[in-house]
Design a protein. Structure first.
Length: 121
């Protein structure tokens, strides 16, 4: 799960950075406000890469997805990009858990086969 979710979060990191560049062109937004919000969101993406294996990490990831969609109120394109990344996040969590379960089953079978006594026929 860590690899899939981290990949999604790193993609979001770059999208948030580029969105910050686009948002700077809005005359109603101050540069400081744009980069404070963008910087916090980008830092959260990087921090979540290390937390995705914990239950709180997945929940915070969903909160980030909601915030990304909500940022469409400032930059309308983010409604679409936020929805795309929310879908990618959901798929990353779902399939990542399946991969982790398959790896655990494989490791259990390998350990069982390695510790089973050899037949002395």
């Amino acid at each position: 799960m860590r690899t899939l979710c981290s990949s999604t979060l790193l993609g979001e990191f770059f999208v948030i950075g580029f969105a910050g560049l686009v948002a700077m062109k809005d005359p109603h937004l101050s540069t400081a406000a744009v980069w404070t919000v963008s910087g916090v969101a980008m830092a959260l993406c990087v921090l979540l890469c290390g937390m995705v294996t914990r239950p709180a990490g997945v929940a915070l990831g969903w909160a980030l997805q909601i915030a990304l969609i909500a940022s469409g109120a400032v930059l309308p394109t983010m409604y679409f990009l936020g929805a795309v990344f929310a879908g990618l996040w959901g798929a990353s969590v779902h399939f990542g858990r399946k991969v982790d379960a398959a790896k655990a089953r494989h490791a259990a079978r390998a350990a069982e086969a390695g510790s089973a006594p050899a037949d002395a026929a």
